[in-house]
Design a protein around this ligand. Structure first.
Ligand SMILES: [Zn+2]
Ligand SMILES: [Zn+2]
Length: 426
């Protein structure tokens, strides 16, 4: 018998091990439990956590000789480019006051994904964006002249790892039976134990403080199979942001996405219960590594009523995102219109069927509300607003989750009886 003080899951009294039956016994409430189930309940989930080997190789002397650096006096952006390229304005803020600077620090990118989308194509995508967007605020309706579309390589860190997780859940199966006088609720308690591995490849986290993470994550995914090895000449004619958020800081974001993905995948294997709650979990990882890359982005900023809005286009796939807000007044009118439409048609049909009554109109009202939410949701979707991604499931390798432990251990049954109150017969 170990020194861990196991407590009865039913009444919290101490449990003792009974050698004859091989069960854990509670002297207070006479329950017995399988040893394996009780041990699983108390298993502490440790594990080293998810971690990554971070690259530390900087630019070499040959790179430096072929490169130039600039600093924007207006927004502070640090930029690098190939030696014969002359930068005239800052790709982030458009300021012309960008001054030559020295290349200091920074990790040498390993790979660069080249631009596929041309400037003309990006311009057309930006112009087309303003067509048919019902919830676009009116300030964007007039005159969307843009000073310049700016070509920028954004530094990203790509995270790879094989992640392991062990999660223990408490789960219940409930069912209710009725006799003439009693309502009997039976609750079966289980301990559910799962371990699994999921491999992740190339989870991107942007290494630039200047670019909002919501924007960069909404530009995903990039096809890394088209990447070429970095050399200063690849940057010819365009600027690259000098990574100013280091890999260790970006790691948090990657760890979060890995943990969320594997937690969701494992939870999806726990089925057949009325309710499930997590008791404990632990993570570890193998082969965690980080690759520094430069990814292509077309950046467009437009100023409306003194506020700057950013549009970004994935330079490889043409995916567009932006931080344009929803026009709340228009959203309300569209929602109200859809609701009124359904109510009107519903009332007419019910009238023709001679069913116009409170109960049926309530159902029509609920349908109207659902239709209104769908209409507004669909119209908001048109705006392609930037949003963060909490998962990394899209970056898991072939096969997804591989379960290595799948244990559903019965603990005990609890029965609640309730006397059914009979209505007094008059
Ligand atoms: Zn007990
Ligand atoms: Zn700037």
């Amino acid at each position: 018998m170990s020194t861990v003080a196991y407590k009865c899951p039913n009444c919290a009294s101490p449990l003792t091990f009974d050698g004859a039956s091989g069960k854990m016994i509670c002297g207070a409430c006479d329950s017995q439990f399988d040893l394996a189930a009780v041990e699983a309940m108390y298993a502490a989930q440790t594990g080293g956590g998810i971690d990554f080997d971070v690259p530390d190789e900087g630019y070499n002397a040959a790179d430096m000789a072929q490169m130039k650096a600039y600093r924007c006096k207006s927004c502070g952006a640090e930029l690098i480019t190939e030696g014969t390229t002359t930068a005239t304005e800052c790709p982030y803020c458009g300021s012309p006051t960008i001054l030559p600077d020295r290349i200091e620090g920074g990790i040498r990118p390993e790979l660069v994904v080249p631009f596929v989308i041309s400037k003309e194509e990006a311009q057309k995508m930006f112009e087309d964006y303003f067509q048919g967007k019902k919830l676009l605020p009116n300030i964007f309706k007039k005159d969307n002249q843009i000073a310049e579309i700016r070509k920028l390589y954004v530094p990203y860190w790509l995270f790879d790892c094989d992640a392991d997780a062990t999660i223990v859940y408490s789960a219940e199966k409930r069912r209710t039976q009725r006799t003439d006088d009693w309502e009997i609720e039976t609750i079966e308690h289980y301990i559910v134990n799962r371990s699994g591995t999921m491999s992740f490849e190339n989870i991107p986290v942007d290494g630039s403080v200047k670019l909002d993470n919501k924007i960069s994550e909404s530009l995903e995914p990039y096809d890394l199979t088209k990447a070429v090895p970095f050399s200063p000449s690849v940057l010819s004619g365009s600027l690259a942001d000098h990574a100013d958020v280091d890999a260790a800081d970006c790691e948090k974001r990657a760890v979060e996405r890995v943990e969320n993905s594997i937690t969701t995948a494992i939870r999806n294997t726990v089925t057949g219960y009325t309710s499930v709650s997590e008791r404990s979990k632990g993570f570890s990882s193998k082969g965690g590594k980080v690759t520094a890359v430069l990814l292509p982005v077309w950046l467009i900023t437009t100023v409306k009523d003194g506020k700057t809005y950013t549009f970004a286009i994935n330079g490889q796939t043409g995916k567009l995102t932006c931080d344009v807000p929803t026009d709340k007044g228009k959203a309300f009118l569209w929602g109200a219109g859809a609701f009124a439409g359904v109510m009107g048609v519903g009332a007419l049909i019910l009238y023709l069927l001679k069913q116009l009554a409170g109960g049926t109109m309530l159902i029509v009202g609920i349908v109207g509300l659902i239709v209104a939410l769908c209409v507004v949701g669909g119209l908001i979707g048109q705006l392609k607003q930037a949003a963060s991604q909490s998962s990394a499931a899209g970056y898991s390798r072939e096969g997804g989750l591989q379960l290595s432990l799948k244990q559903d251990l019965f603990l005990y049954t609890k029965t609640n009886r309730k006397k059914i109150e009979k209505q007094e017969q008059a």
